[in-house]
Structures are given as C-alpha cells and as structure tokens.
Design a protein around this ligand. Structure first.
Ligand SMILES: C[S@@+](CC[C@H](N)C(=O)[O-])C[C@H]1O[C@@H](n2cnc3c(N)ncnc32)[C@H](O)[C@@H]1O
Length: 196
C-alpha cells in the first residue's frame, strides 16, 4: 500500500506535512491551523482500515484532508469509501483541493457541516477516526457507540498529548462493556476501541 503512492499524492502529503509543521510555530491562530495527525499515525490508520468488517468508514474532523488520504489509501485497496465530516468552510475548501489532486476522489465523500447533524442518519459503522475538538469526543462516542458493528473500531487521536481533554470519552469507553480499549503510543497517542 505505502509503496504504491503515486508521486502527485506523495507531493500533496509532503506539502501538507510542511504546512502543518510551519503553522504550529509561525503564530497562525489555532482555528486556522491544520492540526494534522503524524505520518506514523496515518500509516497506522491505513493498516487498521484495510482489514475491516462491513459498514461505514467515517472520519470526524477532516481539516485539509491529510488523515483522510491515509484512510482513502486503505479504501482504495478494498474498493470502499471514506465519509469525512468537516464543519469549517475554509478547511472544506482546502480538503476539496487536496482530494482533487489526490487521485483518490472516488474513495472519499466529504461532508460539509456539523457531524451531529448527520450522525443519526448513519448506517452501521465499521471504523470511525475521531479527530475533532476534544470537548466533543465524548458526545461523538455516544453518537456512534450503538452503531458500531462487531469488530468495528473507533480510533481517537491525541490520547496522550491531550489526555486530560479527552479523558471523559476515554472513561466512558472504558466503562462500556461492549468495547475492548487500548491506548497505542503512536504519534500523539491513539485510543483504540474494538466493538466486541
Ligand atoms: C484536529 S483537526 C483534524 C485534523 C485531520 N484529521 C488531519 O489529521 O488531517 C480537527 C477538525 O475538526 C473539525 N471539527 C470540529 N468540530 C466538528 C464537528 N462537530 N463536525 C465536523 N468537524 C468538526 C475542525 O473544524 C477541524 O478542522
């Protein structure tokens, strides 16, 4: 999968990695920053998402589409589609640009708006990558937990670098007997929940 990334897509990934590094240090206001996952986390997501049960593959928090590209690589491998939700119109514009250049468009559905306006209409979920504002993680977990299929995965970013911020979601998941959960020390820490 990783040695079949076309040059144009690799170029866009490198461009986004550079832009993300830069805007963390150049005074860009938080709301405008890309706040992307690390490359290692991207690879981790691809490897998890290439081997999923039936159901929707979703992402909450697209930003400029960097993490979506890693999920879409897995979706291409398996003939599936990633549904990604982004609330900020400026980020949606950037993501459209990313996906247009990626060669992976047929494996991505970008939905502009608040995830919670769509969550009730979602079908059974095989995979959810959760990477939005930390304050809404617990509400996201509550919105999707019942919809997760057996062996479906929820992966929540920032489980180590923003542990306190997402603790309410982590605690709720650990108390939910329907899930096996573990924090994986890749990137900024990925909290992985498997539906039993
Ligand atoms: C940390 S960034 C996502 C980074 C992206 N996953 C990546 O690694 O490339 C979080 C994004 O979540 C979006 N967001 C926050 N609340 C949201 C909501 N309720 N619905 C959809 N998107 C939301 C923000 O606008 C922001 O772009």
């Amino acid at each position: 999968m990783f040695n079949e990334i076309p040059d144009e897509l690799k170029g866009r990934m490198l461009f986004l990695e550079k832009a993300d590094r830069l805007d963390r240090t150049d005074g860009t206001p938080r709301a405008k920053r890309l706040r992307q996952i690390t490359e290692d986390t991207g690879k981790f997501l691809s490897i998890l998402a290439v081997n999923l049960p039936e159901g929707e593959i979703i992402e909450i928090g697209t930003s400029a589409g960097y993490s979506t590209l890693w999920l879409a690589l897995a979706a291409r491998e398996t003939g599936r589609k990633v549904k990604t939700f982004e609330i900020d119109p400026e980020k949606v514009k950037l993501a459209r640009e990313t996906f247009g250049l990626s060669g992976l468009e047929e494996h991505i559905e970008l939905i502009e708006g608040d995830f919670f306006n769509y969550s009730a209409q979602l079908g059974p979920i095989a995979f959810c990558f959760l990477d939005a504002e930390k304050e809404i993680y617990e509400k996201c977990f509550a919105a999707i937990a019942d919809k997760m299929v057996r062996n479906g995965l929820i992966v929540a970013d920032n489980a180590t670098d923003q542990y306190e911020g997402i603790k309410p979601m982590i605690d709720r998941a650990l108390e939910d007997e329907r899930f096996d959960c573990v924090t994986v020390p890749v990137g900024n820490g990925e909290f992985v929940c498997r539906r039993k």
